[in-house]
Design a protein around this ligand. Structure first.
Ligand SMILES: [Zn+2]
Length: 243
């Protein structure tokens, strides 16, 4: 069975608004890395100002009570690769939808770099593996195109009966989760005021908690990668939302 057998949508029905950079986006195998460095001034500012996304009551605004354990665990009789593929597809569509709602506020003027809190600026690796700083909308455009190309690659995510998933699927999914995390981190750190204005925070928080719960269940995100949202993950874990 192919992974779209679990999907409610059709292939090609993705919410991406960012197809223009397909040709210039590099492959997931080489595509980006983060730079993490805290200046003491930035650190002090961070200590003084609690990020908006950690403030009450919005940090506790969720769509559901309880945690996501039952919907992240591998269902009985389902192949693990099918489950990874299906969920990757769904998380990609949903995070893309959220970015679509705030995309007008994410410009090269407001976001000259792909930032995610004090001292965190992600760099993109071009086709020559040279790391470059890009304005966030351009970085996200490249990233979205790259993820979409990977999801549409029949040799990685087969949609027809017959071919199996490749052995490297888990490592491909891991790279995709790292990229999607960066989009969560950028929105939480830079555009959360717009999320609040649109009353989206219960949905966004729930999607994030589900995403992290799933990543934990299948070990898809490294500790270093999640550092920009550690405090939020801690709060959600203490509240029992993230399992
Ligand atoms: Zn932005």
């Amino acid at each position: 069975m192919n992974f779209l057998g679990f999907s409610f949508g059709k292939k090609g029905n993705k919410a991406s608004k960012h197809k223009s950079a397909t040709s210039s986006a590099s492959s997931l195998a080489t595509n980006s890395s983060g730079t993490h460095g805290h200046s003491s001034q930035q650190y002090q500012q961070h200590q003084q100002q609690k990020p908006l996304y950690l403030s009450s009551p919005q940090v506790n605004n969720m769509l559901v009570r309880g945690n996501f354990k039952t919907i992240t665990e591998l269902p009985k009789y389902v192949d693990i690769n099918e489950w990874l593929a299906f969920n990757t597809f769904e998380f990609f569509n949903h995070i893309n939808l959220f970015y679509g709602t705030i995309t007008n506020f994410c410009t090269s003027q407001t976001c000259p770099t792909m930032s995610a809190g004090p001292g965190v600026e992600y760099t993109w690796s071009d086709s020559l593996s040279k790391k470059v700083k890009l304005p966030a909308p351009q970085y996200i455009d490249y990233m979205t195109s790259s993820l979409e190309n990977t999801l549409n690659d029949e040799s990685i995510f087969p949609t027809k009966a017959g071919p199996d998933f490749p052995r490297e699927l888990p490592s491909v999914v891991k790279k995709m989760f790292a990229q999607m995390f960066r989009l969560f981190a950028h929105i939480y750190h830079v555009h959360y005021d717009k999320v609040l204005c649109l009353n989206e925070e219960p949905h966004f928080n729930s999607l994030f908690a589900h995403f992290i719960s799933f990543a934990r269940e299948f070990d898809l995100l490294d500790r270093k990668e999640i550092q920009p949202l550690n405090e939020l993950i801690d709060v959600m874990s203490r509240n029992g939302v993230i399992c």
